[in-house]
Ligand binder design. Sequence first.
Ligand code: GLN
Length: 536
Amino acid sequence: MRENKQGKCKYIFVTGGVLSGVGKGITAASIGAILKAKGYKVTMQKCDPYLNVDAGLLNPVEHGECFVTADGVETDLDLGHYERFLDFETSRYSITLSGAIFKELIEKERRGGFRGKTVQLIPHFTNLVQEKIAKASENSDIHIVEIGGTIGDYEGLSFIEAIRLFANKVGLSNCLYISVVYVPWINTSKEFKTKPAQNALKDLRGFGIIPDIVCTRTERPAPKEIQDKIAGFAGIDTEAVVNLPDIKSVYDVPFNVLKSGVLEILNEFIGDDSEPDMARWKEFSRRRNKEYKRTVKVGLVAKYVGNEDTYICVTEALKAAAAWEQVNLELVWVNAEELEGEGKIKELEGLDGIVVPGGFGVRGVEGKILAADYALEHNMPYLGLCLGMQVAVIAACRKAGVKTANSEEFGASEEEKNNVIYIMPGQKGKESTGASMRLGSYPAVLEKGSKVAKIYGETDIVERHRHRYEVNRKFIREIEKGGLKITGTSPDGKLVEFVEALGCDFFIATQAHPEFRSRPLEVHPLFKAFIKACKK
Ligand code: GLN
């Protein structure tokens, strides 16, 4: 690849037209996966026009899971896709929200950092966005930037201007612009309609960007005339307009992209026509799309049932683990709130395993405690993630006779001496602020010979966290009496990171969120081991 002013990085900018939610992020990530399979170091960044400073306070029902980067930033689930497709660790530089840019500009302005100058969207906002892009791409061969929303959105204009200007900085030959546009199929007249896409491309051109590639997203394969028509109206090569019809699994999108003819354009852009090595993707796709004789039924005991986006890293990790373990996965959504009633526990009978994922707030907690208790009693495979570990500890302590055991988060009080999960003294009083959370990667030391240590294959590990409450070590005797053993702690031994039940074949719970590190091609060992246990 040619050197450029920025170093040796090439940039791909992905914008969307007509509608949002048509898979712009997956398309971008799939292109990234292909380039990675050609041997490049590829990174990704999302620029989102929201005025939020980060995603930590966004409602998970509306926005899906809050993804946490290794360096402790709360972002949205797009970054999870990036990590899964590109197998790299995102960071604070992988997400750029308008709110964060404004905050930085305004703070600088208040400090007098602009020396009396007028502060404006152009150039100050657009310059800072460009700085963020340069920073995010520092160690990459190819850096992909996805712009959230659709072209023409009032709030996204400064980002579009920033990526146009970026080409002046690094040279147009080092920038590739991709537009992902939706082309609707009208069932009554049995035809595709290209007008919205034409308009979106006209808008993009109006902002000074002529795309190098246009990906038409359709519900069904669109004939070549459709691409030709769009190319004609947009004034670009017909080969540069490709069709990406819907496909069953997002992990097959890279193959759709390869089929579409995009690779030739990418090859020309980077000056390398080597074949990407997609062997492992192919193997994963084959295993994932296959029907197996054996089905494992995994109950996900949660508050937001049925909304996969809320627990997407967990469900993706389970699905990938099942594919590599060659079983079908039947995810059973168990509404934790409904488990609380008499006799409702029946819902758990017939499952092959239980996962209690992370969560906040009291709703459904008693049901989750019951689920952990059920798994302990019935030797049912159990995987507890964050809150899933806290409820397991509560269940064990109740079993050991601390009848009112609970978490301080859910109304346990000090006087009753029942807060087996508590706020550590240093964090007291900060409960309702975003700042008090333990966020991002932290090391843990696993006990030699423990089941978790065997599963990880090592005793010094690092996992990402997002929580405020901790296990109260005062209750260690009760925890053990209730059937659990602490088998992983922070290196100083103060924080409980892993517990397991010695009396069960597979009962492991962690204060961390291992799901954030699971990849389709490299499934996290805990999820693999869990599915293996469910198979038995
Ligand atoms: N609500 C719990 C805490 O803050 C668990 C958080 C989680 O599951 N991510 O500690």
